[in-house]
Ligand binder design. Structure first.
Ligand SMILES: Cc1cc2nc3c(=O)[nH]c(=O)nc-3n(C[C@H](O)[C@H](O)[C@H](O)COP(=O)(O)OP(=O)(O)OC[C@H]3O[C@@H](n4cnc5c(N)ncnc54)[C@H](O)[C@@H]3O)c2cc1C
Ligand code: SF4
Ligand code: SF4
Length: 492
């Protein structure tokens, strides 16, 4: 089984990148200069105060140990599931009592030197040894389990939760409490990526409240989920901002989202590691969808997770649809789909969703730009605009692949080109030296093209989309006339 949890960058700010230095300074430097331990007093004051206003924000954004775990220990961590008992209330509470008992004992001993020359050194040393213990114990847990295992029962985390509870009870942190917020639950792909990258292995996508906020007090507001959500629908917001966002989010393209039971009626090999799956709807039997939309395919129940796939088929009678899936090396979902899905199996789908690639009916010139597996929505879309968009006078498809044998549905596009004078199909190959087709990237062709007045729809890699976007803007295309979809988060 492929690994569920994913290691990604979690240190988005200068403090998060380098605060680990303070940990080592106190824990190791403090062995020579114990007064360095007194720095921890400021850290404790800082975390207790911020927690009152905005929960465990400190853990995700300022904590020097957190920085150590995320920056230095994560690369060597096995990144496994954190054992449940280490998160249990009984363990967290028990460890808090144990820690506080020992800590108080050491403090009392240090205070017995009150008024002497040694007092500050004795006091600092209490913090130095505590910091060193966390570096060693937390480090061991990081490597064998998960880099943020220590944080599950860290007494400083417990203090923050208490302070946060107090802030909530008094009710004065409403304006400062910024939580993970989803623009709309309808737009969520239920892909679970937010959970797979979460340092605390939380599952925000399964827990959003009626206000679209993630209320879990353990959330350290580190925004790793925000940075990785492929639907780009997560942010950190106050309750007031969340309600506004909910009101303003445009749900066009998501209103017909529904749960669908379907049967796999065909699986075709299209190329190495690329298969086309056809799903025939069972319940309901008819599902209306538009070319350019995508569908969610369930891959597992625990935790409930789907994968999003562009609908590749042209909608003939709303009774079935096809998707084309590329198996990803080490990919969690595609390995399940390729190894377990068989003709005759029932699957759960959700959708149809999205309108980014559904062309504007007013368009007269349409430009489709694809690379890699991003070609799939344009199979149904090209036919749809040629048949059902009476205003369209020209359709151009730029299809970037590496080798000629990776050109999916090549004959189909060539046939459409012969049948419809207004359609132009331009395959571009980046690595195939033996082919007579155009060499290079789609962006090379785009630079040479006259795209005046075109509506542009792009699907593929993040770099291709960002580069094409710049070229199009330079050519005078308005932002409103450019749409795109990608499996990676893109924000332009
Ligand atoms: C709107 C939309 C439409 C899409 N349409 C299509 C389509 O038509 N066809 C298609 O094939 N795909 C499509 N996708 C992508 C699809 O949803 C999946 O993301 C894709 O199939 C990979 O899923 P996976 O679970 O196998 O990969 P994942 O396991 O999610 O892996 C994704 C990436 O992370 C890397 N990774 C995984 N685990 C780790 C780890 N532990 N450490 C480090 N790196 C890791 C993988 O190598 C891979 O590069 C679409 C996505 C979106 C958002
Ligand atoms: S990462 Fe996936 S599951 Fe999580 S909020 Fe974004 S789309 Fe939804
Ligand atoms: S839910 Fe998001 S913000 Fe909260 S801890 Fe997990 S990744 Fe960080």
């Amino acid at each position: 089984m492929e690994h569920y949890f994913i290691k990604t960058n979690r240190t988005f700010t200068f403090i998060r990148k380098y605060a680990w230095f303070i940990t080592l300074l106190v824990a190791i430097g403090g062995l020579w200069e114990p007064k360095l331990g007194l720095l921890v007093l400021f850290i404790m004051a800082g975390l207790t105060t911020t927690a009152f206003f905005t929960g465990r924000y400190w853990c995700g954004n300022f904590c020097p140990h957190g920085s150590l775990f995320d920056r230095l220990y994560l690369p060597i961590s096995r990144n496994k599931k954190i054992p449940d008992f280490l998160k249990s209330k009984a363990f967290v509470f028990g460890f808090f009592l144990f820690f506080m008992f020992n800590f108080s004992r050491k403090l009392i001993r240090a205070f017995s030197f009150w008024g002497t020359y040694n007092f500050l050194d004795r006091l600092g040393y209490v913090f130095v040894t505590t910091y060193l213990m966390v570096v060693i114990a937390g480090g061991l847990l990081s490597v064998v389990s998960n880099s943020r295992t220590w944080c599950q029962f860290c007494p400083m985390g417990s203090i923050q939760k208490l302070s946060y509870k107090l802030g909530k009870l008094i009710g004065i942190n409403k304006k400062t409490d910024r939580k993970i917020t989803i623009a709309s639950k309808e737009m969520c792909h239920s892909c679970g990526k937010c959970a797979r990258v979460c340092p605390f292995q939380l599952t925000p996508y399964l827990e959003f409240s009626a206000n679209n906020q993630f209320e879990n007090p353990n959330c350290i507001r580190c925004a790793t989920c925000v940075e990785n959500c492929p639907a780009n629908i997560l942010s950190i917001a106050t309750e007031e901002e969340a309600l506004k966002l909910k009101e303003l989010t445009n749900l066009d393209g998501y209103k017909n989202r529904q749960k669908i039971k379907a049967k796999i009626t065909d699986i075709k090999d299209l190329a190495k590691d690329i298969k086309e799956f056809t799903f025939t709807f069972v319940e309901p039997e008819i599902v209306d969808y538009k070319a350019g939309q995508f569908i969610l395919v369930k891959i597992q129940d625990k935790p409930r997770a789907f994968r999003a796939y562009s609908i590749s088929s042209y909608n003939e009678d709303s009774r079935k649809l096809s998707v084309i899936i590329k198996k990803v090396e080490r990919g969690y979902g595609t390995n399940i789909i390729f190894n377990e899905f068989k003709v005759g199996d029932m699957v759960d789908l959700e959708g149809p969703m999205g309108n980014e690639l559904v062309p504007d009916k007013a368009a007269e010139r349409i430009l489709f730009i694809a690379n890699g597996i991003g070609i799939t929505p344009f199979i149904g879309l090209t036919k749809d605009v040629l048949l059902n968009y009476p205003n369209v006078k020209e359709v151009v498809l730029l299809n970037g692949q590496r080798y000629e044998n990776e050109l999916l549905y090549d004959e189909y596009f060539k046939t459409l080109e012969k049948l419809y004078g207004k359609f132009k199909y331009i395959p571009v190959l980046s690595r195939d030296k033996s082919s007579s087709l155009r060499k290079g990237y789609v962006t090379d062709v785009l630079k040479e093209m006259d795209v005046t007045g075109s509506y542009v729809y792009m699907c593929g890699s993040k770099n291709m989309i960002l580069d094409s976007y710049d070229i199009l803007l330079n050519k005078g295309i308005e932002k409103e006339c450019i749409s795109y979809e990608s499996e990676e988060k893109i924000a332009v």
